[in-house]
Structures are given as C-alpha cells and as structure tokens.
Design a protein around this ligand. Structure first.
Ligand code: UFG
Length: 330
C-alpha cells in the first residue's frame, strides 16, 4: 500500500512513519506544514512535501499528490492539538482541523483514493457521566478542539456513505512516551512532557486540583505509549485493506487502565530517581475527573491491545528528552 501521511513530521506522525517503514511500507509521502513538525525526523526514503492542508491551494495540491503517487490510503495526523489554545483561537482551530480534513476528503474523492485513517481524540466525549467510555458513549465535546475532531468524524462518516470511502477513526486517549529523542514530543503542555520539563530545570509542577471524585483526588487518565498507538494504526490499515466499500469504524485507543496525576508523579520519581516537587493549584477548566477507555472493541475486532504500561511510558520520557530541548538546556 502506498501511503500519504499528513502531519508526518510531528510527534505521533513521525513515530508512525518510522514504524510503518519497519513493517515494510516502502512508498510513503509525507505532507506537513512544518508549523510544529520537524523534517529531520523523517528518513531520506520518504517523499516530503510542505503543504498547508487548509490553505487556498490545499485541494489542488493534495489531489495532484494523491494522483501522482497513486496513493492507496491516507493517514491523517495533521492538526492543532492544544485544548487551551483552541478556546482562545477557535476560528484558527476550525480552519486548521476541520478545513484541513474537508480539503483532504475532497481531494480523495477527486483522485479516487479509497482509504482514510483519521486521528480522532477522546476529547470528543467531553465530560461523560461515566469515567469509562465506550465508542457509543454520547459525544458532547466541551472545547473547540474536541468539536473539530467530532465534526471531522461526522464529515468522514458522511463521505463513507456518499461515495464508498473506507475509513477508520481512532480516538486517542492520553498519548505519551517516545521511541527515541529525535521523535519525542517537543511540546510541554501535557502532563508527561510538563513533568520532564520541571525535572530538567528543578522547578515545581502545578497539579490542577486534588478534590476530584477519584481515589486520591487528582484526575485519572488513560496513558497510552505512542508506539502502541502507532501499532493500532498499522493494524487498522490492514483491516481497511480487507474491508468492503463504504465502511466506517471508530475505535478507542487506550490501555483500559487509569492513572492519577499523583501516580504519574510517583512513577517519574522512581524512574528518574529524583524528588519532583509539586504543588496543588486550582482545577484547570474543562478537565473531567476521570477518563478511561473501554478497549474491548478494538481488541475483539482488530486483535489490538496496548503492550506497554505506565512504567514503560515514563521510562521513555525520562530517557529521551526531545532533541531541541536537549540543545536548549545544554
Ligand atoms: N496536569 C497537571 N499539570 C500539568 C499538566 C497536566 O496537573 O502541568 C493534569 C491535568 O489537569 C489532567 C492530566 O494532568 O488531569 C492530564 O492532562 P494533559 O494536559 O496531559 O491531558 P488531557 O487529559 O487534558 O488531554 C489529553 C490531550 C487531548 C485529548 C485528551 C484525551 O491533550 O488532546 O488527552 O483524553 F483529547
């Protein structure tokens, strides 16, 4: 299968490209606008094109690439992902994430590209009544980021019905960890990179609230290793190759186990063998108390399950600080 990978120079996209090559995918075209991605993450064997999916020329550029390289499947990672930013700049998030997806779908229809694998998010669930969410748990996103992912899912579902596209949407839970320093996450907004950042400059971590209805009062999340996550993509691609026309499947991708913020901190202290300081501050707006994936569907239908646990994730975050970060910290 010849793949076009959007956002392939980003943290998750580049891990996918790396693992796809290891599994024998030799024809890969990466498109990325390099707004946060880094081309250095990509091996020379990959064709790279700098494209803004949501730009005025997006549809034309994508249609040309899909046709020129006879692409069999699109893997769509490119998106903006900082929840707080999405509240501040909703129009920017809608343009990037929704327009980007619509332009891609349009180009796929024009070029007759049959398969679409979409990076969705547990953010589509919002603040559900139950802490364990199933794929049919109602979707009520509570921020523009989650809305852009949900709207994209709906647009994709409609495309599968309208013109026979085959698609899978993977709803990621809390992705963390790295294969190596080059591929590691360079942002510091999420919990694990934030802890790594505080460890390196000996500062204190702000823990957002300890009065949730959880065992230790801090928020519980389902942390999944990025290598497990990209494996779920490879399994989904294989399933799509066998699927009949017009199929659309949605899967949660997590471990099915929740860890609290304090448990994550304890794990970092063990793995890094240092005493990470923290202080409890106000709750962060829009944080659900507990959010854990039910992962039976992806296991029963695709035989996928996470193999790495919290200790493996934290170990890799400690071991592989991202390259630019290492340089800036000397
Ligand atoms: N947290 C802190 N201090 C920090 C950073 C985070 O206490 O400095 C806490 C948060 O309050 C939350 C937990 O750590 O309880 C995890 O927060 P993250 O920011 O790492 O992740 P979120 O659960 O908020 O969101 C992540 C992704 C979203 C995705 C969601 C799905 O950022 O894109 O997981 O579960 F939608």
């Amino acid at each position: 299968m010849r793949l076009l990978v959007t956002g392939g120079a980003g943290y998750i996209g580049a891990h996918f490209v790396d693992q796809a090559i290891e599994r024998g995918y030799s024809d890969i075209v990466v498109v990325d606008d390099l707004s946060t991605g880094m081309q250095e993450r990509l091996p020379a064997s990959v064709v790279f094109e700098k494209v803004d999916l949501s730009g005025a020329d997006g549809v034309d550029q994508l249609t040309s690439l899909l046709t020129e390289y006879s692409i069999d499947a699109v893997v769509h990672f490119a998106a903006k992902k900082v929840v707080g930013d999405s509240v501040q700049q909703p129009e920017y998030y809608y343009r990037n994430n929704v327009m980007g997806t619509l332009n891609l779908l349009t180009a796929m229809r024009f070029s007759g590209t049959p398969r679409f694998l979409f990076s969705s998010s547990a953010a589509v669930y919002g603040e559900p009544d139950e802490s364990v969410v199933f794929e049919d748990t109602p979707c009520n996103p509570i921020n523009p980021y989650g809305e852009t992912k949900r709207i994209s899912e709906l647009a994709i579902a409609n495309a599968t019905r309208a013109w026979g596209l085959n698609a899978v949407a993977l709803r990621y839970f809390n992705v963390a960890g790295a294969k190596n320093a080059l591929l590691a996450d360079t942002t510091t907004t999420n919990l694990m990179p934030a802890i790594r950042d505080r460890l390196s400059n000996n500062s204190s971590l702000a823990v957002f609230g300890d009065d949730y209805e959880t065992p230790d009062g801090t928020c519980v999340r389902d942390y999944v290793h990025v290598l497990d996550l990209v494996d779920a993509h490879l399994v989904s691609l294989e399933a799509m190759e066998r699927a009949s026309e017009g199929r659309f499947d949605v899967y949660n991708v997590g471990t099915g186990r929740g860890s609290s913020v304090l448990e994550v901190i304890t794990c970092f202290r063990e793995k890094a063998a240092v005493d990470l300081e923290y202080q409890i501050v106000e709750r962060r707006a829009g944080d659900p108390g507990a959010l854990t994936a039910d992962v039976h569907k992806i296991y029963s239908e695709l035989s996928w399950r996470a193999r790495l646990d919290l200790g493996d994730i934290v170990q890799s975050v400690v071991e592989y600080p991202p390259n630019p970060y290492s340089q800036s910290s000397g």
